[in-house]
Each structure stands twice: as C-alpha cells, then as structure tokens.
Design a protein around this ligand. Structure first.
Ligand SMILES: *[C@@H]1O[C@H](CO)[C@@H](O)[C@H](O)[C@H]1NC(C)=O
Ligand SMILES: *[C@@H]1O[C@H](CO)[C@@H](O)[C@H](O)[C@H]1NC(C)=O
Ligand SMILES: *[C@@H]1O[C@H](CO)[C@@H](O)[C@H](O)[C@H]1NC(C)=O
Length: 642
C-alpha cells in the first residue's frame, strides 16, 4: 500500500523520479475517491435502513478489513461484494445508495424485511453478477434494466407484481433465475438463454402456455400458476392453443432425480475404526507391517493369504499375537448373525482402514463375502476380567440405531481384537474435511442436522444404558461413521478406560474438555463438551486442534467465542453452508446449543437428553416453514457465489 506521509519526502529528495511520482500522486486520490464514494454510499444505506442486528460500520475504521459483510478488490480500492443476509434490515432501500457501489459484483440481502419497490439502480449496477434478494417483501414491478453480467437473479419469496421483464432475454450470462412465490402475472416470454440451468417461476399468477424454450425444465419450475399450461404442465385446452409449435413435437421433460435412494438391503456393510480412511496412513502402515513380518518369531500365528488370490493387495495382519491353542476364543455377542471363527477371521484378506487413538482398524473380507472391521487395540492396561466386563457393557450399549454395535472380541496377553460391522460411507470427518478437489459432496444443512441429531441420540443412549460411570470418551468427527443415506453411527466408545492415558497430556485441547486435560478423568459432561466441539466443527467447517503445528486447525470453542463476542455470528459459519437458503435462524440456534456444551464448568453443561430435545426443536422449525433440502441441493449446484 502507498503510504501518504512518505510522499512529500520523496518529492523533495528524489526529483529524478518525477514521472512515477506524478503517476502516484494522480492515481492515489482517484483510488481513495472511489473507495470513499463506496463508503459514503454504504453509510447512507445503513443510516436509511433500520437493522435488527448492529452493524460495526464505523466511519473511523477501514472498511475493507473491518466492516462486516464487505469484501473489497485485492487492491482495496472498491467494494466487490456486500453480503448482509438475515440481519433484520427493514423498510425500503433508498435509490442512489447501494446503486452507487459501481464495482459491486455480489449483493446479498436475502432473508431480511426489506419492502417497497426495488430501486432500478441496483440490478443495473454495471458489474453485478449475483443478486440475492429472496425472502424479503419487495413489491411493485421488477426493474427492467439489468447488468449484462448478471449470473444469478434471485427475487423469490417477495411481493413483486407485473410482468416478467422482457429485458431478461438479453442476459446471456444468466444461469439461475428464481422468481417463485411472488405475484407476477401475464405470459412467459420465449426466453432463449443459453446458460440458464436453474429456473423457478412457481407460485405466481402467470398465464398462457409455457414457451418451447423453457419446456426442458421440470414441472416444479412452473407449478402454482393456475392459468399456466402446456408441457411440462398439463396440456393447454383447445380454447388456449399454444402459440408455439405443438407440444407433441417435444420430448417429455427430463425426470429430475436429485438423489439416489439405495436399497436398504445393499447396506449391510457397516464400518468402524473410528478413523479417517487416510490412504497415506494405510500405505505407510502396510509398508511398516511388511518390514515387521520378517522379524517376527515362529510361535505366533500368521494370517495366511486367502485361497484363490482373491485380493491383489498386500495382505495386512492383525492376528500376529493370537496363540495357536486359543483360536476358538472369539467371543460373540448375543443376536449377532455372523458365522465365522477366529481362524476364518485370520485368513480373511484385510486392509488397513485407519489408525485411531486406540489402535488400528482393518477391513476384513471373509471368504463367505462377509465384511467386518477388526480393531486391534494397542496399549491395553487392564486385565482379562476388567476387559471382559467392559466388553459386556459395550456390547449391551451397542443396541441402538445410532450406535455402532460390537459383534465379537478376542482377548489374550499379546492380542486384543474387536469385531464390528463395516459401514461403507465414510466418517463425518472425511465428509467435512475430505479433499475438496475430488468431487467430495459437501454436506448440506439438513444432512448436518440429521447427523448431529443421530449422534446426540446415540451418545444419550450410551449414557443412559451404560450408567453414570460409562462414558464415550472419544467423541470426534472421525468416530461418527456414515452410511450412504447419511445415517450416523457413533463408534469407538467405552475404550478409554482400557487404555493407558497418554503420559503427556496434549497442550492443544481439540475435543477434550479442560477438566479432562487437567484431571484425566472422563465424565458424561466431558462427553458433552466433546459433542459441543463436534457441533462447532459441523457449523464452521473447521477442524479442532488436536496436535500442534497444523495451522489450518483452531481451538474451536475459543475461536467461536471470540467471533461471537463481536456480535456477529454469520462470519463463523462454514462457507459451504452460506450457499443454502433460509437457514440462518437454525444455524444460530445450533450455535447456541454448541456453545452451551462447551462452557468451562462441567455442571453448567446440559446433559445429552436435553441436547437431543434442543436439536429436535431446531428441526421442528425446519419442517414447518423451510424449503426441502432437495431444493437447497439443486440450488447449490447452480448458484455459486464467487
Ligand atoms: C408485504 O407488503 C405488502 C404491501 O406491499 C403488505 O400488504 C404485506 O402485508 C407485507 N407482508 C409482510 C409479511 O410484511
Ligand atoms: C393473461 O392475463 C392477462 C391479465 O393479467 C390478460 O390480459 C391476458 O389476456 C391473459 N392471457 C391469457 C392467454 O390468458
Ligand atoms: C420452485 O419453488 C417451489 C416453491 O418454493 C418449490 O416447491 C419447487 O421445488 C422449486 N422448483 C425448483 C425447480 O427449484
């Protein structure tokens, strides 16, 4: 950045630089003037439009770095984006206010209480690409002059009247047009917009026949217009013949199936492991194990390669500590339908799923095509009796739709194995933080609520059935496993008491409650703390610190507290969530639940049963008046704010 006070000095001393100084001296005021006019426009807007939540738009602070909702150009000379969703803005927007932000590309004022007519200088801002004004109460005609750059125009859920402006035809860049739930009337023009992918004109008073250019959209783009006809809606009656070629020339509208439904039967496989399937970790482990094989004595039984060479992958071993004479000591739990013995298990082809805090998890494919997860525990410090008792509780507690059941276990001096179902989806951690480049589907809001609720129910069940001394002890996103339908299963519980607590407590808290770090004692309330961190992780998309030296991780509770203290909550949420509509209230509610879970004093935290009820209340809200997640999902694929 240019430093204004250096300029006079330069002028006197280095006369030879006159030409460049000339440029600086002439351009600097220009740039400042631009930003200054943007600033005046914003202040005029804030002064004229009452807002429920306080904006920190202080004229004395730098607008690009400290004003809420503002994004500037890289050089800091113009305001590029203004985003103030759901801050309680009310009343009309005066003309010549936001209409002066002449470099603006993104304007989002959705989910406020704005009304009156929309000043025509806003949609016609020359660089505007994204305009989100849905869920307000704007009325009157839609302005007719638009920025030629417009990509997405969302004016849905307002009270606009009049016709759909014909000038929309000129918007060659338009990919999304959402005008549903207004009171627009008249016919739909034959819009030929090459890039248009998302169209919604539902719930208006439009009439006439649907023009041929738009018949490729599904009927949900047009429903709720009683006088509208023709494909993809019902055929027009003879009294209203379609002006365009007869509908029979057109293929039926493409069926839009937004999400594949998997047959329940296909999902028998259930996974455990409590670990992210890190391919790299797997590779390293495979290499390590191969090396170790050479040095192992002959008294241990080695997993034999399964017959027929079913798997080309290098074979993994988890049974090297099993004594020859103990091969039938696999203890199954009641109600388990598996039909194999330890020998079968040791013969299975296995691959490393991941390395968790308590040991390594392997995926084992048995010869009768059964897939299970075998967890090989390390550093078990308790004796056989205590181990068996804990297994009994873990087995009993596992009977819940959101809890990963333990199917069998094996205990000997040198080897402790746990057998769980295999779940094919992956862990919540991979869904939240997996590699963004590789087509990872981002979790929408409704999936996140569903997963959070499932996890809360699972933990509440563990607490109530296990009793006051039984806790999960290791709640984190890599221990929430998801199947293809995104049903969540809590895994890896009840193992902490078997283990040696790490000698040096981690300096970085991650999911661990402060009292656990100090006293090394887990309780139900320390599980609640970890669950709160998990909720924060789902809301913010950020990973909690677990180990030092990874700078993309933060102490989530502290970070969120610091942001929320500044009266601005929208900034904390995952950017992937900001693309969905009308969820701010719910996100804030969930944030409040999370913050209640992570208070320092254990007794002040709610218990899991209360938390389940609180999350259910958030969902209540959703089923009453929110659009379905399918709509959000389809929006998501088309509407992208840069
Ligand atoms: C929206 O504005 C119209 C007038 O334009 C008014 O009749 C209606 O009550 C308003 N709706 C809400 C929810 O404020
Ligand atoms: C559509 O409605 C307008 C009034 O809004 C009316 O003038 C026009 O005749 C109607 N057109 C058809 C095809 O019904
Ligand atoms: C259009 O909006 C309506 C009402 O909000 C909704 O029911 C419908 O699914 C939407 N259609 C599309 C294609 O998004």
């Amino acid at each position: 950045m240019l430093n204004a006070e250096k300029l006079p000095m330069k002028l006197c001393s280095i006369f030879s630089l006159f030409p460049s100084i000339f440029v600086i001296v002439t351009l600097l005021p220009l740039a400042l003037a631009d930003l200054n006019s943007d600033k005046q426009a914003l202040l005029a807007f804030a002064a004229a439009v009452p807002h429920g939540r306080k904006l920190n738009w202080n004229p004395a602070t730098p607008i690009c770095s400290s004003w809420v909702g503002i994004t500037c150009t890289l050089d800091g000379t113009h305001v590029l984006a203004l985003r103030l969703p759901a801050v309680g803005l009310s009343g009309p927007i005066p003309p010549h206010s936001l209409g002066k932000l002449d470099a603006l590309r993104v304007l989002s004022l959705r989910s406020n209480l704005l009304n009156g007519t929309l000043p025509s200088d806003i949609p016609s801002l020359p660089s505007l690409q994204y305009l989100f004004l849905q869920h307000n109460n704007f009325s009157g005609d839609i302005p007719t002059s638009f920025s030629p750059q417009l990509n997405v125009l969302d004016l849905s859920f307002n009270s606009f009247t009049g016709n759909i402006p014909l000038t929309i035809q000129n918007l060659t860049q338009l990919t999304g047009l959402s005008l549903q739930n207004n009171s627009l009337s008249g016919p739909i023009a034959n819009l030929t917009l090459p890039r248009l992918k998302h169209l919604n004109l539902s719930y208006n008073h439009l009439n006439g026949s649907i023009p041929s250019s738009l018949q490729k959209f599904s009927n949900t783009s047009f429903v709720g217009n009683a006088l509208l006809c023709g494909p993809p809606l019902n055929a027009c009656s003879l009294i209203l013949p379609p002006p365009s070629p007869s509908p029979s020339n057109f293929p039926p509208p493409p069926k839009q199936r937004s999400r594949k439904k998997l047959t329940k039967g296909a999902i028998i496989a259930i996974a455990v492991g409590g670990s992210v399937v890190l391919f790299l970790v797997a590779l390293i482990l495979i290499l390590c194990c191969w090396k170790r094989k050479d040095s192992e004595g002959s008294s241990v039984l080695k997993g034999k390669a399964s017959s027929g060479g079913r798997s080309e992958k290098p074979k993994e071993e988890f049974g090297s500590g099993v004594q020859e004479q103990e091969k039938n000591k696999l203890v199954f739990f009641e109600g388990c339908s598996y039909n194999f013995d330890l020998e079968d298990l040791l013969r299975a082809s296995a691959e490393v799923l991941g390395k968790g805090s308590f040991g390594t998890a392997y995926k084992a494919v048995l010869e009768e095509a059964t897939t299970v997860v075998v967890k090989r525990l390390k550093e078990v410090v308790v004796g056989k009796k205590d181990f068996e008792q804990q297994m009994e509780i873990i087995g009993r507690v596992g009977q819940h739709p959101n809890v990963m059941p333990l199917r069998a276990y094996y205990y000997s001096k040198d080897e402790k194995l746990l057998v769980y179902d295999y779940i094919s989806g992956g862990s919540l951690s991979t869904f939240l933080h997996g590699n963004k480049g590789t087509g990872r589907t981002s979790l929408d809001w409704y999936s996140r609520i569903k997963i959070a609720l499932g996890a809360a129910r699972g933990i509440a069940h563990i607490h109530s059935v296990g009793g006051s001394k039984f806790f999960h002890g290791n709640i984190k996103s890599s221990n929430i496993l998801l199947n293809q339908d995104l049903d969540g299963y809590i895994s890896d519980f009840g193992l902490a008491p078997l283990m040696n607590f790490p000698a040096t407590p981690p300096r970085y808290p991650g999911y661990r409650a402060p009292e656990v770090i100090e006293t090394r004692k887990h309780t139900h309330k320390s599980d609640v703390y970890s669950f709160g961190v998990l909720l924060l992780e789902m809301l913010t998309g950020k990973q909690p610190v677990q180990s030092p030296g990874r700078d993309n991780m933060v102490d989530l509770p502290r970070w969120v507290q610091s942001v929320v203290r500044e009266e601005w909550t929208a900034e904390v949420f995952d950017v992937e969530l900001m693309r969905f509509q009308n969820i701010e209230e719910e996100m804030v509610q969930m944030l409040q639940i999370a913050m209640a879970c992570v208070v320092r004093v254990p007794d002040m935290r709610p218990n899991m049963v209360d938390i389940v009820r609180m999350i259910e209340d958030v969902r209540q809200l959703d089923s009453e008046n929110q659009p379905s997640s399918e709509e959000n999902r389809s929006k998501d694929s088309n509407v992208q704010t840069p």
